[in-house]
Design a protein around this ligand. Sequence first.
Ligand code: T46
Length: 136
Amino acid sequence: MKFRLLGFEVKGDERGYLTVIEEDKEIPFKIKRVYYIYATLPGVRRGFHAHRCGRQVAVCLSGSCKFLLVDSEARVEVVLDRPTQGLLLDPMIWHEMYDFSPDCVLLVLADHEYVESDYIRNYDEFIAAARSADPS
Ligand code: T46
């Protein structure tokens, strides 16, 4: 599956911690857009799509949440619960986010502008497209 967990360095001293993420360094692309998801209500499940071309890195800055990731060959659950870890999502990974803690702040860095045509929101269409791209 085309996801990867990225580890970010912790710079700490007696005042606390600082982590830095830069494009083409810790983030393996140029950052075109930043958004964040927060104050998610209990029981909410979001996402339910794959991106055709866009790449993203999700970082849980506070609290925790889970991702369900699906591609043509596997379904994986990933927990994000620390600001020093990023979930790299390559194109054509179906993702759903859930179990947001009340304090969850989920930062997402994207290599693309927001365009609806980059989304596949129908699961059957996604599975058919993923299987035809990777028939093995
Ligand atoms: C993704 C997951 C992790 C915009 O106007 N601009 C934007 O850049 C974004 C991301 C969203 N919006 C609008 C579109 C909707 O009216 O904000 C509203 C909520 O977006 P959406 O329902 O797509 O949110 P999620 O949580 O289902 O998905 C988001 C991203 O859209 C998606 O790309 O990978 O987070």
